[in-house]
Design a protein around this ligand. Structure first.
Ligand SMILES: Cc1cc2nc3c(=O)[nH]c(=O)nc-3n(C[C@H](O)[C@H](O)[C@H](O)COP(=O)(O)OP(=O)(O)OC[C@H]3O[C@@H](n4cnc5c(N)ncnc54)[C@H](O)[C@@H]3O)c2cc1C
Ligand code: FES
Length: 367
């Protein structure tokens, strides 16, 4: 130990301090420190060693707990139990969660805020399905960053989500349209399902258009077929259905059905903007479900602000569905990129903590 390492002086008294690694600061604070109750440097040097050793043990214990936790199924002791899980691809997975109150109240178009564990980040996810009799609701999640990848790793059947708030947002307007096109792409494929089913149950003629990269990634085809009068599948590589984007599917649908009176699209902003442009010349009412960054979900923080026509709207309380022809998509996309460096930092730090864990495990090495 170098001469005054870990020692500092305040108000004529020597203190000892050990820095806490960044990953443990939520739990232990920036550093561990204690007064040695002496103003004499030699006495302080003598007294610091057992305290430093104790602090090192505390840090090592916390580190072990954290690493164990990174891999363990989530279990907050209470919360909402995951009753089913299905993996559709290496990044897309489904969680069915027991929450009778929410299942009773849920309407198409609404979403939930999920806090997977006590120290997690609260994220918005669409209610992709609900079963009022079984008291469950379903989310389909794409593992894109730290929180969703952690959920992919740790949410198993029987594990619990610490908190689920919802249903949030305004339900979809499914009245009116006699012939409707429902378009889902990317993470919007599952999200479009409740609307599509509701339109069909209300008696509308429903044309579903779903876009996947390739055949192996297709999911819920049976569910879509059950609730669509026509289903158009588009794949990037042409392995099934139309080779191309969902906008190619829209062209086909509108050529077959010039009397379509509404289109609903959910997916990445670029896709929703393209859908809006595809229907604009036809004057078809078009609705999109926006996905800006949300924080509180109550209209207070302004994080989910979007521009629709000349107005500023908060997606969490005014949306998430808006008139696609009025949405400023460029503004939406630039606001989504605001925290990219922080998101990347969080994901990389979390990924590193997993690598350390496997390297330290008996037998060592990566999986
Ligand atoms: C109303 C709504 C419904 C959504 N429904 C689904 C869904 O059903 N399935 C699904 O997989 N994803 C859905 N999302 C997006 C999902 O919330 C983000 O993918 C998730 O928050 C990413 O968190 P992360 O830590 O894994 O990734 P990060 O690395 O934090 O971010 C990855 C990407 O997600 C966006 N994002 C990050 N934090 C948030 C946040 N708090 N709110 C919104 N976007 C964020 C970022 O702009 C970034 O592009 C929805 C978003 C909204 C607003
Ligand atoms: S998430 Fe804070 S205002 Fe909408």
């Amino acid at each position: 130990m170098s001469d005054t390492k870990y020692l500092f002086r305040r108000n004529r008294t020597w203190w000892v301090k050990v820095a806490v690694p960044a990953a443990l600061r939520d739990e232990l604070g920036y550093d561990l420190r204690r007064s040695l109750r002496t103003s004499d440097l030699d006495e302080a040097r003598q007294a610091r060693e057992p305290v430093v050793a104790e602090f090192r043990r505390t840090i090592a214990d916390a580190e072990r707990r954290r690493r164990r936790m990174c891999h363990e199924p989530l279990d907050s002791g209470s919360g909402f139990v995951v009753t089913a899980r299905e993996d559709f691809s290496d990044v897309t997975f489904l969680l069915e969660v027991h929450h009778p109150q929410l299942a009773r109240a849920a309407q198409p178009g609404q979403f939930v805020l999920v806090l997977a564990h006590e120290r997690g980040e609260r994220i918005p996810l669409t209610i992709a399905d609900f079963d009022r009799d079984a008291g469950t609701f379903t989310m389909v999640i794409q593992a894109v960053g730290k929180t969703t990848r952690e959920m992919q790793l740790r949410c198993q059947v029987g594990s619990t989500l610490h908190a689920v708030v919802g249903p949030m947002g305004c339900p979809s307007d499914i009245a009116g349209a006699a012939k409707v096109v429902c378009v889902g792409g990317g993470l919007g494929i599952a999200s479009i399902y409740p609307q599509l089913r509701a339109f069909q149950e209300r008696g509308a003629f429903v044309i579903g258009i779903v876009g996947f990269r390739t055949e192996e990634l297709i999911f819920w085809e049976d569910k879509f077929r059950r609730h669509c009068d026509e289903l158009i599948i588009c794949t990037d590589d042409g392995s099934v259905g139309i080779k191309g984007m969902v906008t190619d599917g829209i062209e086909v649908a509108l050529a077959r059905h010039p009397d379509v009176d509404e289109l609903v699209a959910i997916g990445p902003p670029v896709m929703m903007r393209a859908c809006a442009e595809a229907t604009r010349p036809h004057g078809i009412r078009t609705t999109v479900s926006l996905n800006p960054i949300m924080v509180d979900g109550t209209g207070m923080c302004g994080g989910c602000r979007v521009t629709v026509g000349d107005e500023m709207k908060f997606t969490c309380v005014d949306g998430p569905e808006f008139d696609a022809h009025q949405v400023d998509f460029a503004d939406l996309m630039s606001r989504q990129r605001r925290f990219r460096d922080k998101e990347q930092f969080a994901a990389e730090r979390w990924a590193r903590s997993l690598e350390t864990d496997t390297a330290d495990a008996p037998g060592g090495g990566r999986r």
